[in-house]
Each structure stands twice: as C-alpha cells, then as structure tokens.
Design a binder for this molecule. Structure first.
Ligand SMILES: Cc1ncc(COP(=O)(O)O)c(C=O)c1O
Length: 462
C-alpha cells in the first residue's frame, strides 16, 4: 500500500492502468476518442506551458486545460500559497464567520473593475453563470435571459439554457423557461429582444470562446447602451477570455464597455483549486441580499474556501509580477500575424482570427480538384474531421496539443498558457507551417489520417 501522503507514487503506480480504469469506471467514450485520434500519450508531468509523456517526450500544450492553466501548470508561487494554507491551520469555512482571504481577493478583483463594487464567489464557471442569472432576476424582477447563438456558458441547467450549441442541449430538455437566443454581433436582434422590457440580463461572451469569434468594434459598447435603455443588466461572461488572455485584464476593455456584471473562473484557480466569481454593481447585489434573514439565500458550502481564495490571490500575483497580460498581447500579436501569413500561403486556410492568446485558424475547401475530392470524403464522414487533419499530425509529429474549435468545426483553436516565450512561439510556427504544407501538398495526410483513425478505432475497440 502506498502512503496517502505520496500521491505522486500513487499516480506512477496507477499510470499504466489509466485507460482501463476510465473505461471501466468513468467516461469510456473519452478513452475511445483519445485512442481513435492517437492522443493516448499517457502524460506523466506538466510544468508551465509543457507536458511530458511516459516516454519522456515534451509537448507544447495549446489547450491549457480549456484555459485553466493561464499562468502555466504547477506554478511554484501558487503551490507555495496552497501549502501555506494547509500548514497554517487556518479557520477555513467556519460559515458562521467571514474569511479575510475572500475579502482580500474580492478587493483585488474589484480594484481591476472600478465601476463594480461587489463580488460573489462560486466553485466553477457554470456556478458563476447560475449566480448571475439569479442576481439579475432578483435585481430586475424580470425573468428573461437573452444569449447568443454559438455561445457557451457551462453545462448546469441555468447555464445550459443559455448555451447556443445544439450538441450540448439535445436530450436534456426542456431548458429553463425565459431564455431567448439571438445572433452574436447583431444589435437590431438584441434591441428586438429587449424591447418587451421583460429581459433581466443579456448574457454574452465578449469574444465567443467555442468558435473564437471577436465582435465588431462597436458591438459591446452599443449592446451595453441598449441594455441600459431597456433596463436590462449587461452581463459579460469572461470565464474564458478574461484574466489577461486577450492582452487586457478583461476583454471588454478592448471595446470600452463596463458591464453590470463580469464573470470569471478558469484561470483564477491557478490551475489547482476551482473557483468562480461574479463581480457586479452593488445595486444588482442588493436585491438578493436585501434582508438579514436572506443572508444565506444564495451561496454554496465550499464557495470562498481558503484554498480557492489563496489560489486566486497567488494567481493575481503571478499575472502581475510576470507581466502575463503584456505577454499575452505581444505573443498574441506575433501569432496572429503568423496565422494570417498561413492564410495567405495556403489556399485551404480560410480565416485567421482572435485576440491575444485566444486564436483560431479556420480551414476551408481546397481549390485543387484531387485534394478537394479527398477533403469532400472526409467532410462526408464527419464535418469535424477536417480539423483533425491538422490536430492529429500536430500532436503525433510536432508534439503540439491543439484542439478543434467546437463540435463539427473546421477551425483549429489556440488557447495556450499566457506564459509562452519566443521558443514556444517558434515551435508553434514551425509545427503549423510543416503540418499545413504537408496537408496541402498531396493526399498523403488524408490517407495518413484515415489510417490513424482506423488503427485508433481498432485499438479503442480492443
Ligand atoms: C465562456 C464560458 N463560460 C462558462 C464556462 C463554464 O465553466 P465551467 O466549466 O468551470 O463550469 C466556460 C467553460 O468552458 C466558458 O468557456
């Protein structure tokens, strides 16, 4: 028996069984996916922007745990903060007391959003979205929630009711009543939805994360003005694009907007302890907590726990000390320029877009007849497979972990840590360049993809 205090040894001892364990007791479909696309690398270590597999190979991670590792994996400052909480015998979660660490984290976050005065902590992004829906309904006395097509806000019922992707909603209906979907970046559609004056909140990602879609420059500011005109709260879900990812602390800062509520989660955890937060105007907060007997009317047992608060405080230190916001802006600019170059060099690259270190490269049908026929075959099998033409060789041959942007999408999404350095950017550029050149030169990569998928499917079945 391995001592409970040595979880590294437990990990190492169980490492070879990971796929069996998951197939038996957890999500067997995820294991099938990994084996089918050849992503069953068996990672054993992570540090900063990198992962190492069981054979000792180093990978560059452009998924960053879906944005959780904004400051990089296993940052020593966060580890030290967490150890100090554990070693400090703090009076955690007394419940009939209030935590000074939560007070400090709220103060530091609100210092970044000076037009907002109150913070509400949750345990995840989806929980922050749920809270925002409740606060907005209580504050306005209205039920309506307007959200956008292709939006993603999380998978609990309230958040899911505001998700604009069918895949996540099918089979789980009915959604909560009162939710209306409108196209993103469409002000007339927003005004039409708000005119009835029964909408509590317009919930929007300043940059849509699933599809990596930034809005046109005036959209958010004018959406905010429309919300004010019709008495609707303007709620920015910055769970994916906030905390410096786009080169500003909040993505809305690029667009001159000051939302009534701002939601953060993911990276605030330091990659270790889940945490979410709603930052909001005091008026929006006041209606929910308007009497002493309602002091606990919304909350969650583990919210504001000291480990989560310490992770948040340490994460803000790292973002500031290591100038990660400036780094995201500079590296993002370099990589977007590179992706645009790829677009001009490869006729089957249709778009390069994004802001800071939230980027995407979209593939499209090639013009060459022969290649077009092969691509057609892939698309006929599954629309999402075209993107795998890039992600699979990127992983297998270039050791770059990168994902397709959303279900059935032809776009490749880059969501790296904000710590990328020159060598990482060189690696990304070399990897994309070689992969796209190979994909465009001949039908070879399509056959190779077919072979990988076939072999993978066999391995997954076995
Ligand atoms: C914009 C956005 N909102 C909300 C969520 C939900 O966060 P969580 O997975 O922590 O519940 C996500 C997660 O990807 C997200 O990208």
């Amino acid at each position: 028996m391995i001592p409970a205090s040595d979880l590294r040894a437990e990990f190492d001892a169980s490492e070879a069984d990971r796929y069996d364990l998951h197939s038996r007791h957890l999500n067997h479909q995820m294991v099938r996916v990994l084996k089918t696309i050849g992503f069953d690398a068996r990672f054993v270590r992570g540090k900063g922007a990198h992962l190492w597999d069981a054979a000792g190979n180093r990978y560059l991670d452009l998924v960053s745990g879906w944005g959780v590792f904004a400051i990089g994996r296993n940052h020593p400052h966060v580890a030290a903060a967490l150890k100090s909480v554990l070693d400090g015998d703090l009076p955690n979660l007394v419940q009939m007391d209030v935590s000074p660490l939560a007070g400090r984290l709220a103060e530091r976050l609100l210092a970044r959003t000076p037009w907002l005065q109150k913070a509400f902590f949750a345990n995840s992004g989806a929980e922050a979205v749920e809270a925002a829906i409740k606060f907005a309904r209580a504050a306005t006395g209205r039920a309506g929630i307007v959200h956008c097509e292709h939006s993603f806000h999380g998978l609990t019922y309230g958040a899911l009711s505001a998700v604009g992707e069918k895949l996540y909603r099918d089979g789980f209906g009915p959604a909560l009543p009162g939710f209306t979907e409108i196209p993103f970046d469409d002000l007339p559609a927003l005004e039409k939805a708000l005119r009835s004056r029964d909408v509590a909140a317009f919930l929007v990602e300043p940059i849509q994360g699933k599809v990596v879609r930034p809005p046109s420059p005036a959209y958010l500011r004018e959406a905010q003005a429309l919300c004010r005109k019709y008495g609707t709260l303007f709620v920015a879900d910055e769970i994916q694009c906030g905390l410096g990812r786009t080169g500003k602390f909040l993505a809305v800062e690029h667009f001159g907007a000051e939302p009534d509520m701002v939601l953060l989660a993911k990276g605030l955890s330091g990659g270790h302890v889940p945490v979410g937060v709603v930052l909001m105007r005091k008026e929006a907060f006041a209606k929910t907590f308007d009497r002493m007997d309602k002091a606990v009317v919304h909350g969650s047992t583990f919210a504001k726990n000291d480990l989560a608060m310490a992770a948040g405080l340490a994460t803000l230190d790292v973002i500031e000390d290591e100038k990660l916001i400036e780094n995201a802006a500079a590296r993002g600019e370099r990589l977007l320029a590179f992706l645009r170059r790829m677009q001009s060099e490869h006729e089957f690259v249709k778009d390069a877009r994004g802001l800071g270190l939230l980027l995407a490269l979209e593939l499209g049908e090639p013009r060459g007849l022969k290649l077009r026929a092969f691509w057609g075959m892939l698309e006929a099998m599954n629309k999402g497979l075209t993107g795998q033409l890039v992600t699979i060789p990127m992983f297998r041959d270039q050791r770059v972990l990168v994902q397709v942007a959303g279900n059935g999408s032809r776009a490749i999404k880059l969501l790296p840590t904000l710590t990328l350095d020159d060598a990482d950017c060189d690696w990304i550029e070399r990897a994309f360049s070689e992969t796209l050149t190979a994909a465009g030169e001949s039908a070879g990569p399509v056959w190779s993809l077919g072979k990988t998928l076939l072999e993978g499917a066999r391995a997954a079945a076995g």
